[in-house]
Design a protein around this ligand. Sequence first.
Ligand code: GSH
Length: 203
Amino acid sequence: MRLFYSTGSPYARIVRIALLEAGLDERVTKVEVTRARLYSSESEVLTVNPTGRVPTLQLDGGSVLTESQLILNHINALSPSSGLLPCDGSDGWQILAEMGQAWGLLDSIVAWVRAQPESRHTKAIVARESARAIRIADALEISVAKNGFSGRLNAAHIVLGAGLGLIEPRLPVWLWRDGRPCLSRWFETISARQSFRSTMPPS
Ligand SMILES: N[C@@H](CCC(=O)N[C@@H](CS)C(=O)NCC(=O)O)C(=O)O
């Protein structure tokens, strides 16, 4: 398998962390695409995937997977014992529910980052996406305070960790830790994992 990724992409980071956590990383050849090339017609991704986006996972049989959520499904299918994304309802669909919230937060952070520096044209986007991100982070603070997000690492944790991990390097204007001590502690704990440390986004 070949994974096309860029170091700054939180979506590609989710896949990179999931591969490490599922014990599949060594089976995958990595193709790093610089940010400049990713957004150009010279991008290596375009040789296999017309969407031009990372993450892109080319399977040994030739199929090309794109969209991080779909790639997570594939990783889970290759390594069901990893328990990253149970698809049988054995967890009461809790992980899917948490993953939806985490994804909402990540998408808002990305939209907010892309609207920087804030201008007359992006003001409405920043207002909408920052309100959404704050709402979700507040809800997560309550959930973490209640149940601690304890237990085995799962796909929802990876998505949330990758989303929060984007804020300090790319959105320093949002002091998200203020008033959210439980979520902040949870983030410190997950960030200490080797899979998170080895995929830190550049600042
Ligand atoms: N929904 C996609 C989003 C992926 C995405 O937006 N990737 C960005 C980097 S963060 C990208 O490849 N951009 C290149 C482009 O838009 O041409 C996923 O979950 O994989």
